[in-house]
Design a protein around this ligand. Sequence first.
Ligand code: NAD
Ligand code: MG
Length: 389
Amino acid sequence: MRRVSILGATGSIGQNTLDLIARAPDDYSVVALTGAGNIPQLAADARRLRAEIAVTAYEDRLEDLRAALAGSGVEAAAGPQAVIEAASRPADWVMSAIVGAAGLAPGLAALQQGGTLALANKESLVCAGPLMLRTARQHGARILPVDSEHSAIFQALVGEDTAAVERIVITASGGAFRDWPIEDLGHATLDQASSHPNWDMGQRITIDSASMFNKAMEIIETWEFFGIDPARIEVIVHPESLIHALVGFRDGALMAHVGPPDMRHAIGYALHWPERRSLPVARLDLAQIGGLTFRAPCDARWPALRLAREVMMAGGLSGAVFNAAKETALDGFIAGRVGFTQMAPVVEEVLTRLSDTARGATEITLDNVARVDHLSRETASAVIAEKAG
Ligand code: NAD
Ligand code: MG
């Protein structure tokens, strides 16, 4: 029996992970499930899967969680520190699927107990890539990518010499506004930005797909995780979302990973690695699909892609500044305070104002990241207020 924990169990990735685990209940013993506001879901899953402990990140929801778990024998806990403690309980495999920078400290705690961390939380790598990799090394832990593009790259590299890699191409669906006239983007509403043409995901990453901030984060994630020179990382718009990434080798070969847009593939690959087991995902009928199309990404439509390049160039803690500013701009968009096309200018302004701070801090430690994250959120809020006033 493998001991598994799922951080962010109530979200889109978390629920897809539980779907796979629940299909083979005798193979897994569930240690911890964590969530935030959706107490009924968290408690129901913890009961069903006989978890040792269920944790809500919201301190003031402890009594609700206790009540929902009454008589089940599942421990209840609440608050950010309790999430970190649950993540550090010994487990063979931990899914990191909290959304946002809030996933960093729990992911690090999981790495410190030395098992495998299946990493969906790309923000951890954007904010603190070197810290994540160093922590894994120090504790004999392993990080397996779960983001579909990064799982695809990882799979294309099996058995290959990484020195022979010439380039990595990650695909982007183009999101909700791929075919909109650029001049209409300023009026895009929250509802419109919250529906994805191909993938069913949490709301924040869906909006980030429309703005391409998601792809911007994924370029940085590729750079941090695979250690490849930014100039060798390309993005191509591929509206069908069937090819997830391609790895180009020095002999001119391109190895593409093709599969249905179903996160259970990447999650299942990380769950069963290094084996490949049968997974409940659709099999593609290529004759019926007929064709795959590609286009170059347009910088004017998606300025976030350029910002990602600037972040990699600046290095240091720029990723942490970038992510926190992006999260704050996104909060503003969701709250109706920031227009869709204003998110990138807000992030750019924060990067400019904090460029010295980002460069200045030498070591990427959790404390330094937390400090810069906080400063970036404050600065982004100020920029948003200035733009509104
Ligand atoms: P989601 O919004 O559906 O779920 C987020 C989870 O995090 C929930 O369980 C929620 O309770 C928890 N959470 C929210 N705020 C928290 C906080 N402050 N502290 C602790 N827990 C908190 O998000 P998602 O779409 O499942 O995405 C999760 C992560 O996976 C993100 O980093 C996202 O970028 C990444 N990812 C998602 C997909 C996808 O298909 N959904 C694909 C690739 C990568
Ligand atoms: Mg992705």
